[in-house]
Design a protein around this ligand. Structure first.
Ligand code: ZN
Length: 299
């Protein structure tokens, strides 16, 4: 269940500058603060330093888990906010081939209503993964006071179709929507990426008003997801940024509210599959997505 390994250690370009700063402050700052600075100095080398912004380590306490952060946060910081979670695919889509192959209008063209999704080589289905992470994410967001709605909860025979998935978020007037997926790429391709809506103004699609806020949402989720799961952005798409912009997804083209997709990893890669099939890792994944949403909604 350990995810530490040489391939997950982020490059450490700022270590040489950071260490003297940490030590200098440690001399000046007494008590408990000294404790975490030392922890930072030691722990940062082991966990790759995650994705904290350069220069911020010495001026703010380290990020703590939500369970302890709750003590200092307002009881319901997301009260009044609506979040729609879209668990990608559907476990029983494969029994409804005709229905899911029906083409729907996504603005730029017509596309299949839905797809079956992928699975790990050992048969763990993407649809099972997406629903599990969605449940974990819902619990975390509700704890923050958000109103959370799922586009499907294993409660329908297939779909919804991608156009309907978008409309569920629109009708809810969601403040943020996240569609959860895991990819089905080649072995050796691994890591997460967040998909942002491109600028589309064609047919029934008009993303012009959501491009900017969705990009903000996506960047926050990508950063927090990487930190919470201690995994790297995709090594096969996005040029190492963990961000990809697409104009061919109905779920994004038809959204009128800020929305992103996240591909949490590659189910067809054995190392990513080991993470995706771990309940503990999925909890970290949900935590990372939740933190990104909370940051976005709290501005
Ligand atoms: Zn998918």
């Amino acid at each position: 269940m350990s995810y530490a390994g040489p391939e997950f250690d982020s490059p450490q370009p700022r270590r040489p500058r950071r260490r003297p700063l940490t030590l200098a402050l440690a001399v000046l700052v007494p008590g408990a603060l000294l404790g975490w600075l030392v922890y930072e100095g030691v722990g940062g080398a082991a966990d790759g330093g995650a994705t904290a912004a350069p220069g911020k380590e010495a001026s703010a306490p380290p990020t703590v888990s939500s369970t302890t952060a709750d003590d200092k946060e307002p009881a319901a910081p997301l009260k009044g906010k609506v979040v729609v979670i879209d668990p990608g695919h559907n476990l029983t889509n494969f029994r409804h081939t005709a229905e899911i192959n029906r083409k729907v209008d996504i603005g730029t063209n017509r596309k299949e209503c839905d797809t079956t999704g992928t699975s790990t080589n050992s048969g763990y289905a993407e649809a099972k993964f997406t629903l599990d992470v969605a449940h974990r994410l819902r619990a975390l967001l509700e704890k923050q006071g958000a109103t959370v709605k799922l586009t499907q909860d294993g409660d329908r025979p297939y779909g919804p179709c991608v156009d309907e998935r978008a409309r569920i978020g629109n009708r809810a007037e969601a403040d943020a929507v996240v569609s959860i997926h895991a990819d089905g790429a080649d072995a050796g391709q691994r890591g997460y990426h967040v998909i942002l809506p491109g600028r589309v103004h064609q047919g029934i699609a008009d993303t012009r008003r959501i491009v900017a806020p969705s990009a903000a949402l996506g960047k926050l989720i990508a950063t927090d997801f990487g930190r919470a799961t201690n995994t790297k952005p995709s090594n096969y798409i996005g040029d190492g940024t963990g961000l990809v912009t697409r104009k061919d997804l109905g779920g994004l083209n038809l959204s009128t509210v800020p929305k992103v997709f996240i591909e949490c990893g590659n189910m067809r890669d054995s190392k990513d599959a080991a993470r995706l099939t771990s309940a503990a890792w999925r909890q970290k994944a949900a935590q990372g997505i939740s933190e990104g949403i909370v940051s976005f909604l709290r501005g």
